[in-house]
Design a protein around this ligand. Sequence first.
Ligand code: GAP
Length: 486
Amino acid sequence: MEDLATFLKKKGFVYPSSEIYGGLSGFYDYGHLGTLLKKNFEKLWRKYFLKLGNYYELEACQIMHEKVFKASGHLEHFVDPVISCSKCDFNDRADHFITENTKEKNIEGLKPAEFDKLIKKHNLKCPKCKSYFKPTVMTNMMFPIQLGTSKTSQAYLRPETAQSPYVNFKLQYDILRKKLPLGLAVVGKAFRNEISPRNLTLRQRTFTQAELQIFFNPDNFAVDFDEVKDYKLLVLLVKDRKAGKVKKIACKSLKKDFPEWYLYHLAKIQQFYFDVLQIPEKKFRLFQLSDEEKAFYNKYHFDIEIELDQLGFTEMGGLHYRTDHDLKGHQKVSNQSMEILDENNKKFIPHVLELSFGVDRNVYALLDLNYVDDKKRGNVVLGLPAKLAPVTIGVFPLVKKDEKLVKLACKVYSELNCCYSCIYDESGSVGRRYARADEMGVPYCITIDFDSLKDKAVTIRDRETTKQKRVKIKDLVDEIFKLVTK
Ligand code: GAP
């Protein structure tokens, strides 16, 4: 992980924020390559999920009214168990500290007294001064915000993007011709005052979420189940946890336990990971949460997990059936009706299916899975799929001293740069330039050599195979399109 962190900083992917002042725990900035990669992930996410139905994107405020979080339950329930030393300033999340220092597993969601019992059972003491811990305390994770000169906080930074579509629902439903299912998505920042931020961008205090809230009538949420009925999901069900084995189960075989619309979206999510992000099957699983582990607002809850180097399977997102929990809460606290009419003019509050993704975690996973320290080549190769790679094409003149060669290379570069993210590199040997491009994850490099001046053709080098082929300059745009979309 340290190698990866050093690499990510050195190449301009991601590094601690405010670093010239020593940094702040849990805050990271993306450099020029990281920003492009993150934007590409978001672009693919939008393209894939917003096309699934009558779905739209909103951009909404990150600071929200205190009552939003009274209604959602975050003021009361969005708490983490914290242990603090009775003598020094050490504190940590109880569940993290216990799992890291014992063999206990899956203890998220226990009550404070249960954590205290485990601390006693394993005789755990403060790692700094060896004193006893105070009893575990539940602590709210939201950041209060002081508005203007007011002394008390009436607002919070949103801890999830989800609340924005909920408070916008009624207005958008009316504007969008009162049609259900209606999807409202937000790709934006969320803020959580994590007790123990760690593992680079995997647990930060501000991070980007891409969340789609689908509002629907639970009596008639129709999906094209036939399309996925034989599709096999890679699931780890609660009942199979002990054996620890991921099973491949066809959607139709899970119908007795879950509604078709829930299974359909599990399938769509899995297909996104396999077909778009090109995650290897064995690194992916859908992890069912038990009643104790589920978020307080969920009826059905599977986490989307990817197996990371050293860290094992790690949550990237989830599929959450939030019922009418949120809209009901907003109706009660705001005194504004969230009810709508069904086909028989019967009033009901829509239910919500939430497709939730942590953008930074997914970006981290893509970097982690595609980072290869290639000893044979003598450099790192970042094997990102072409559609995700921050730079798609490198354009190199064989030498920089030949005016005609450079002129032709610049022409090729400016033509391709209209359609793709390109770099132009003329410094050092071509081998060195290929190595630099490998490290940036550039899938295709084009070299303009002396023959190019005569045959009006160039070589395209494939990052994965290092094989080269000659292509006419006039066919380049089409050829690259074929390669990128293959
Ligand atoms: N709206 C539902 C929701 O917020 P969540 O499981 O709390 O659910 C969704 O968060 C996703 O956001 C997680 O699966 C994870 O990918 C990401 N996430 C949560 N906390 C995070 C943190 N502290 N740092 C980075 N990503 C985080």
